[in-house]
Design a protein around this ligand. Structure first.
Ligand SMILES: C[S@@+](CC[C@H](N)C(=O)[O-])C[C@H]1O[C@@H](n2cnc3c(N)ncnc32)[C@H](O)[C@@H]1O
Length: 215
Protein backbone atom coordinates (compact mmCIF):
# COMPACT_ATOMS: atom_id res chain seq x y z
CA UNK A 1 0.00 0.00 0.00
CA UNK A 2 1.19 3.58 -0.66
CA UNK A 3 1.96 6.02 2.16
CA UNK A 4 -1.12 8.04 1.18
CA UNK A 5 -3.56 5.16 1.60
CA UNK A 6 -1.86 4.06 4.80
CA UNK A 7 -2.05 7.56 6.26
CA UNK A 8 -5.73 7.50 5.52
CA UNK A 9 -5.98 4.19 7.37
CA UNK A 10 -3.93 4.90 10.52
CA UNK A 11 -5.06 8.52 10.92
CA UNK A 12 -8.70 7.80 9.99
CA UNK A 13 -9.84 7.90 13.60
CA UNK A 14 -8.46 11.40 14.39
CA UNK A 15 -10.14 12.61 11.19
CA UNK A 16 -13.44 10.97 12.14
CA UNK A 17 -13.24 12.47 15.64
CA UNK A 18 -12.68 15.94 14.21
CA UNK A 19 -15.52 15.70 11.67
CA UNK A 20 -17.84 14.37 14.34
CA UNK A 21 -16.92 17.18 16.76
CA UNK A 22 -17.47 19.72 14.01
CA UNK A 23 -20.95 18.56 13.10
CA UNK A 24 -20.36 18.98 9.35
CA UNK A 25 -23.47 18.18 7.31
CA UNK A 26 -24.76 17.86 3.71
CA UNK A 27 -24.64 21.05 1.68
CA UNK A 28 -21.54 22.58 3.33
CA UNK A 29 -18.87 24.21 1.19
CA UNK A 30 -15.30 23.32 2.24
CA UNK A 31 -11.69 23.77 1.28
CA UNK A 32 -9.04 21.13 1.97
CA UNK A 33 -5.73 23.03 1.89
CA UNK A 34 -2.64 20.93 1.11
CA UNK A 35 -5.02 18.25 -0.10
CA UNK A 36 -2.27 15.92 -1.39
CA UNK A 37 -3.81 12.71 -2.69
CA UNK A 38 -7.25 13.78 -1.50
CA UNK A 39 -7.99 11.47 1.44
CA UNK A 40 -9.53 14.28 3.49
CA UNK A 41 -11.14 15.80 0.38
CA UNK A 42 -12.98 12.55 -0.35
CA UNK A 43 -14.07 12.18 3.30
CA UNK A 44 -15.49 15.73 3.19
CA UNK A 45 -17.14 15.16 -0.23
CA UNK A 46 -18.90 12.05 1.06
CA UNK A 47 -20.45 14.07 3.88
CA UNK A 48 -21.39 17.29 2.04
CA UNK A 49 -22.93 15.37 -0.86
CA UNK A 50 -23.87 16.74 -4.26
CA UNK A 51 -25.49 19.88 -2.80
CA UNK A 52 -22.15 20.75 -1.19
CA UNK A 53 -18.75 21.62 -2.65
CA UNK A 54 -15.15 20.80 -1.74
CA UNK A 55 -12.20 22.75 -3.10
CA UNK A 56 -9.02 20.64 -3.01
CA UNK A 57 -6.10 23.07 -2.98
CA UNK A 58 -2.45 22.09 -3.25
CA UNK A 59 0.68 23.91 -4.42
CA UNK A 60 1.91 20.80 -6.25
CA UNK A 61 0.28 20.48 -9.70
CA UNK A 62 0.65 16.68 -9.51
CA UNK A 63 -1.75 16.65 -6.55
CA UNK A 64 -4.52 17.89 -8.82
CA UNK A 65 -4.33 14.71 -10.91
CA UNK A 66 -4.20 12.55 -7.78
CA UNK A 67 -7.25 14.26 -6.28
CA UNK A 68 -9.08 14.03 -9.60
CA UNK A 69 -8.46 10.28 -9.62
CA UNK A 70 -9.36 9.80 -5.92
CA UNK A 71 -12.51 11.92 -6.23
CA UNK A 72 -13.61 10.77 -9.69
CA UNK A 73 -17.01 9.73 -8.33
CA UNK A 74 -17.56 13.11 -6.64
CA UNK A 75 -18.54 15.91 -9.02
CA UNK A 76 -18.71 18.31 -6.05
CA UNK A 77 -14.86 18.26 -5.78
CA UNK A 78 -12.93 21.03 -7.54
CA UNK A 79 -9.15 20.61 -7.57
CA UNK A 80 -7.07 23.80 -7.70
CA UNK A 81 -3.32 24.31 -7.91
CA UNK A 82 -2.59 27.16 -5.52
CA UNK A 83 -0.29 27.83 -2.55
CA UNK A 84 -1.97 28.10 0.83
CA UNK A 85 -0.20 31.44 1.24
CA UNK A 86 -2.19 32.74 -1.78
CA UNK A 87 -5.46 31.00 -0.99
CA UNK A 88 -8.24 32.62 -3.02
CA UNK A 89 -11.57 30.94 -3.73
CA UNK A 90 -14.61 32.06 -5.72
CA UNK A 91 -16.76 32.10 -2.55
CA UNK A 92 -16.47 32.16 1.23
CA UNK A 93 -16.70 28.60 2.56
CA UNK A 94 -18.23 27.02 5.67
CA UNK A 95 -15.06 25.11 6.53
CA UNK A 96 -11.33 25.38 5.83
CA UNK A 97 -9.46 22.17 6.73
CA UNK A 98 -5.81 21.22 6.72
CA UNK A 99 -3.97 18.08 7.82
CA UNK A 100 -0.20 17.50 7.72
CA UNK A 101 0.21 20.83 5.89
CA UNK A 102 1.50 23.47 8.31
CA UNK A 103 4.58 21.42 9.22
CA UNK A 104 5.77 21.89 5.61
CA UNK A 105 5.01 25.56 4.87
CA UNK A 106 7.44 28.44 5.37
CA UNK A 107 5.17 30.43 7.71
CA UNK A 108 2.26 28.49 9.26
CA UNK A 109 0.73 31.71 10.67
CA UNK A 110 0.38 33.15 7.15
CA UNK A 111 -1.38 30.04 5.82
CA UNK A 112 -3.70 29.77 8.83
CA UNK A 113 -4.63 33.45 8.43
CA UNK A 114 -5.43 32.85 4.72
CA UNK A 115 -7.58 29.88 5.69
CA UNK A 116 -9.45 32.00 8.25
CA UNK A 117 -9.97 34.66 5.57
CA UNK A 118 -11.51 32.10 3.21
CA UNK A 119 -14.29 31.22 5.68
CA UNK A 120 -17.61 33.01 6.18
CA UNK A 121 -18.19 34.71 9.57
CA UNK A 122 -19.36 32.02 12.00
CA UNK A 123 -17.78 29.28 9.83
CA UNK A 124 -15.05 26.83 10.81
CA UNK A 125 -11.31 26.26 10.55
CA UNK A 126 -9.98 22.81 11.47
CA UNK A 127 -6.26 22.02 11.52
CA UNK A 128 -4.68 18.66 12.29
CA UNK A 129 -0.91 18.80 12.64
CA UNK A 130 1.64 16.47 14.30
CA UNK A 131 4.00 16.71 17.22
CA UNK A 132 6.53 14.52 15.44
CA UNK A 133 9.02 14.19 18.30
CA UNK A 134 6.23 12.99 20.63
CA UNK A 135 5.93 9.80 18.53
CA UNK A 136 7.92 6.79 19.75
CA UNK A 137 9.56 3.74 18.19
CA UNK A 138 10.64 1.33 20.91
CA UNK A 139 10.60 4.28 23.31
CA UNK A 140 12.76 6.53 21.10
CA UNK A 141 11.40 9.80 19.67
CA UNK A 142 10.53 10.13 15.97
CA UNK A 143 12.30 12.73 13.89
CA UNK A 144 11.31 14.25 10.55
CA UNK A 145 14.38 16.19 9.35
CA UNK A 146 12.84 17.26 6.03
CA UNK A 147 9.85 19.00 7.65
CA UNK A 148 10.20 22.73 8.34
CA UNK A 149 8.15 22.61 11.56
CA UNK A 150 7.97 18.95 12.66
CA UNK A 151 6.43 19.82 16.05
CA UNK A 152 4.00 22.49 14.81
CA UNK A 153 1.07 20.63 16.42
CA UNK A 154 2.32 21.78 19.83
CA UNK A 155 1.80 25.42 18.77
CA UNK A 156 -1.53 24.98 17.00
CA UNK A 157 -3.83 26.39 19.73
CA UNK A 158 -1.84 29.62 19.97
CA UNK A 159 -1.53 29.89 16.18
CA UNK A 160 -5.32 29.68 15.95
CA UNK A 161 -5.73 32.35 18.62
CA UNK A 162 -3.21 34.62 16.88
CA UNK A 163 -5.15 34.18 13.60
CA UNK A 164 -8.18 35.70 15.35
CA UNK A 165 -10.02 32.36 15.62
CA UNK A 166 -12.16 31.20 18.54
CA UNK A 167 -11.07 27.70 19.54
CA UNK A 168 -14.07 25.56 20.38
CA UNK A 169 -12.09 22.37 21.05
CA UNK A 170 -8.51 21.12 20.82
CA UNK A 171 -6.93 17.74 21.60
CA UNK A 172 -4.21 15.27 20.55
CA UNK A 173 -4.70 11.73 19.27
CA UNK A 174 -2.12 9.09 18.20
CA UNK A 175 -2.42 5.64 16.64
CA UNK A 176 -0.27 2.97 18.33
CA UNK A 177 0.67 -0.68 17.81
CA UNK A 178 3.26 -3.44 18.13
CA UNK A 179 4.12 -6.01 15.50
CA UNK A 180 2.66 -6.42 12.02
CA UNK A 181 -0.19 -4.14 11.00
CA UNK A 182 -0.89 -0.75 9.45
CA UNK A 183 1.03 1.20 12.12
CA UNK A 184 4.24 -0.80 11.50
CA UNK A 185 3.72 -0.56 7.71
CA UNK A 186 3.29 3.20 7.98
CA UNK A 187 6.58 3.51 9.92
CA UNK A 188 8.37 1.34 7.35
CA UNK A 189 7.16 3.49 4.45
CA UNK A 190 7.92 6.73 6.29
CA UNK A 191 11.38 5.84 7.62
CA UNK A 192 12.42 2.83 5.46
CA UNK A 193 13.05 0.97 8.74
CA UNK A 194 10.83 -1.96 9.72
CA UNK A 195 10.05 -1.64 13.47
CA UNK A 196 9.51 -5.41 13.69
CA UNK A 197 7.85 -6.22 17.01
CA UNK A 198 8.92 -2.94 18.65
CA UNK A 199 6.12 -0.86 20.14
CA UNK A 200 5.22 2.21 18.07
CA UNK A 201 3.25 5.33 18.93
CA UNK A 202 2.84 7.40 15.79
CA UNK A 203 3.25 11.18 16.04
CA UNK A 204 0.13 12.51 17.76
CA UNK A 205 -2.05 14.80 15.69
CA UNK A 206 -3.18 17.92 17.48
CA UNK A 207 -6.60 18.97 16.26
CA UNK A 208 -7.94 22.48 16.65
CA UNK A 209 -11.61 23.08 15.87
CA UNK A 210 -12.06 26.84 15.69
CA UNK A 211 -14.64 29.33 14.56
CA UNK A 212 -14.32 32.57 12.62
CA UNK A 213 -15.95 35.21 14.84
CA UNK A 214 -19.33 36.42 13.67
CA UNK A 215 -19.44 40.22 13.22
C1 LIG B 1 1.95 15.41 3.81
S1 LIG B 1 0.92 15.95 2.51
C2 LIG B 1 -0.65 15.92 3.32
C3 LIG B 1 -1.77 15.58 2.39
C4 LIG B 1 -3.16 15.53 3.02
N1 LIG B 1 -3.52 16.77 3.66
C5 LIG B 1 -3.31 14.39 4.00
O1 LIG B 1 -3.42 14.62 5.20
O2 LIG B 1 -3.30 13.24 3.55
C6 LIG B 1 1.25 17.69 2.40
C7 LIG B 1 0.69 18.35 1.15
O3 LIG B 1 0.80 19.77 1.31
C8 LIG B 1 1.19 20.32 0.07
N2 LIG B 1 1.81 21.62 0.33
C9 LIG B 1 3.04 21.87 0.85
N3 LIG B 1 3.23 23.19 0.98
C10 LIG B 1 2.10 23.80 0.54
C11 LIG B 1 1.67 25.15 0.44
N4 LIG B 1 2.47 26.15 0.82
N5 LIG B 1 0.45 25.41 -0.05
C12 LIG B 1 -0.38 24.39 -0.44
N6 LIG B 1 -0.03 23.09 -0.38
C13 LIG B 1 1.19 22.79 0.12
C14 LIG B 1 2.12 19.29 -0.53
O4 LIG B 1 2.23 19.44 -1.94
C15 LIG B 1 1.45 17.99 -0.12
O5 LIG B 1 0.55 17.54 -1.09
Amino acid sequence: MELRGLRDDVYRRPLATALDRLGISPGWTCVDVGAGGGDVTVALAEIVGREGRVYAVDSDPLARDEVAEAAAAHSQVLAITQAGEDLRLPELVDLAFCRFLLLHVVDPAVVLARMAGAVRPGGWVVAQEPITSAGRIDGHPFSMPHARHPDIGALLPSLARDAGLLTVDAWAEAPAGAGPGPVAEYVTLLTEVDPGDDPVVLPPLVTVVAQVPAP
